[in-house]
Design a protein. Sequence first.
Length: 301
Amino acid sequence: MNFGVVLPVEGPKATRESIVANARLAEELGFHSVWATDRILIPRAAPSGYPYSQARGAVAFRADRRWLEPITTLSFAAAVTDTVMLGTNVLVLPYRQPFVLAQEVASLDHLSGGRLLLGVGVGWMREEFHALGIDPSTRGARTDEWITLMRELWSDRHAFALPAGGGRTVAPPILIGGNSAAAFRRVARLGDGWVGVDLDPVETEVATAAIIHEATRRGRRREELLLSMRRRIEAEDMASSLSSVIDDLVADVPAYAGASVDLIVVDLLMTPNMPDALAQLADSLIAHGWLAERGAVVASE
């Protein structure tokens, strides 16, 4: 089992200093990866259809809330780290022009030394699709087409070559986000892995079983897929002490492992002091034997 953390790409913590401090701290503490979420536009009226925590949606999707672009943020994080993996969780793929994105992704993967994990999703915010001039009913088909096209570009099987690859580049893993049956089928058909969001261990086991079954039916091996779950600590969780909230999360790790999860990505953005929360998470994982002990680190916001 590996563990990743979401970088502070949104809200008041989304600063140069905080990105540097938390990326370096995650690497020093021995976390597998750091992740950046995605948003291009936020409507000034409350958006409709958020498929996850409504309490979080009310906080996150405010027009006055800073939200940094993920490829830019991960490029910045790559420059101040050496070994930690860099992931998008998730990039809304149908919003992007695929040739431009393929070049951006190839450039970041090359400059980071092959550390990129490209998590993608089909998106959900209809207001954002309309503002970008995209019919939301095409999002699934566009996602499938863009994945295929980018892989052709990265593997030098397209009529055009990507300059970032010098004619050929190693394709970064593409992880498919989403909790729907359509997302599970897309993972089995096109993905190198899955990014689930806020499912409990029982729900996760149902999801991973569906993905593995469909992948096996298509002649793929379980070992080909990186199956991950993103867990968020919500603002309302802070009614309890941070240490007890983190211990409760870590107590679920064995059940997630039993549900075939390879990687848990923890979102600590709603905690009062993210570096302190990150250090406490590492301490709890070490105490339960899930993370190798590293040198002592002094956390500072």
